[in-house]
Design a protein around this ligand. Structure first.
Ligand SMILES: [Zn+2]
Ligand SMILES: [Zn+2]
Length: 57
């Protein structure tokens, strides 16, 4: 059986992120799309925007 490996990309910079390394993932409150943010973009407080139009700090 193949191991389930989560491949989440940062929605701001597009880099692959590793969960548990300061990076976060959550579901868009609007459409439920999985959103990832890398630790760099989180620290910089960059805005993110989902493809549904939702955006946040
Ligand atoms: Zn990023
Ligand atoms: Zn969304």
């Amino acid at each position: 059986m193949a191991e389930m490996t989560e491949r989440i990309t940062c929605i701001t910079c597009g880099a692959y992120i590793l969960i548990g390394n300061g990076s976060v993932k959550f579901s868009c409150p609007e459409c439920g799309e999985l959103i990832g943010r890398c630790v760099r973009c989180k620290d910089l407080g960059k805005r993110f925007s989902c493809k549904c139009g939702f955006y946040g700090p």
